[in-house]
Design a protein around this ligand. Sequence first.
Ligand code: NAD
Length: 382
Amino acid sequence: MRIIVAGGDGFCGWPTALYLSKQGHDVTIVDNLVRRKIDDELNSNSVTPIATLEERVEKWEELTGKEIQTFTGDLNHYDFLREVFRQTNPDAFVHFAEQRSAPYSMIDREHAVYTQSNNVIGNLNVLYAIKEFAPECHLIKLGTMGEYGTPNIDIEEGYIEIEHKGRKDLLPYPKQPGSFYHLSKVHDSHNIMFACKIWGIRATDLNQGVVYGLHTEETKMDPVLANRVDYDGVYGTALNRFINQAAIGHDITVYGSGGQTRAFLNIEDTVRCVEIAAENPADQGEFRVFNQFTEWFSVNDLAERVQKIAKEEGLDTQVKKIENPRIESEEHYYNAVNTKLRDLGLEPHLLTDDVIRDILRVAVENKERIIEENVLPSITWK
Ligand code: NAD
């Protein structure tokens, strides 16, 4: 298949592009490299040193003989996107290219507006490009489990059957997102659903859990192929952030009481889920939703697990509860369905102690790169 990976220079996109290329697909990366500029804005960095996109794809070709074409540009620039579609005529468009930090979207008005315009308009442009230039192309869009929030009932995969005043219907599952970033994903989902209905586009919305880990088989092949790993209070996701705190002997900081429960998956499963979606496309006109995660944990569970492994590795670190910078329930019901990807063949890589240990060892190897003042939250929801 000819597959575009938009956001292919990022944490999920880069390993996905390599994996799909290895599987024999003709992969094109589209990225405006804004995530690298945001590192400069936040005075932050990836724990692992990352090569330029040009160096990365050159190394991949040198090692495997497989070419990954790249287009550097912004999905918000329709002239650019049109040209990408004209030159590549994709069978699938994997869309990772969004601003994905909830805290970043909550910094101030400018960052909220940037997040929503970047994400919502970029995605709308992709929908128009598919309609105009590649109507058969399957949109595989990264959404998030955070779209659902934490309702006091089970979370279904996209749709819920409702009986109301004696009548029944299958309706989109209610969304109660917790940040302007998560809201942008809900807006995207609505736009995609509508485009499927009116234009007959085929789309899969992957409501992804929090991704942890760093390596995949492909990114391990050479240091130039290394994936980025965020650890700071803005982009670092819960488990990766705790592990990096432990690596420098910092307290593992839990927001509030720590009962917040979230769905998680290993980066090795992210790449496989995208492949499964690509190989089993939605029908024309279908807006399909998969919940893309393998396990769920409370923040307290994760903090304790990291502390235990850190201790075994000779690192003395304490779990510390700090004031929650977010507005969210700290104790709540959580039970989410995730059978669709499993039914299509996903075999999960679960969070074992060895997985935590591997990530911790990489963090320790690179600990001089960790900027200590960045590991604490600096942005509040109020
Ligand atoms: P990332 O920030 O590492 O990568 C996103 C990439 O997209 C970056 O390389 C960035 O430069 C690029 N980009 C952003 N806006 C763009 C635009 N307008 N045009 C072109 N390129 C643009 O993020 P990630 O962690 O790889 O996340 C990828 C996707 O997965 C996001 O949509 C995110 O919402 C979703 N997701 C991520 C997680 C997670 O835990 N990382 C969890 C759930 C969902």
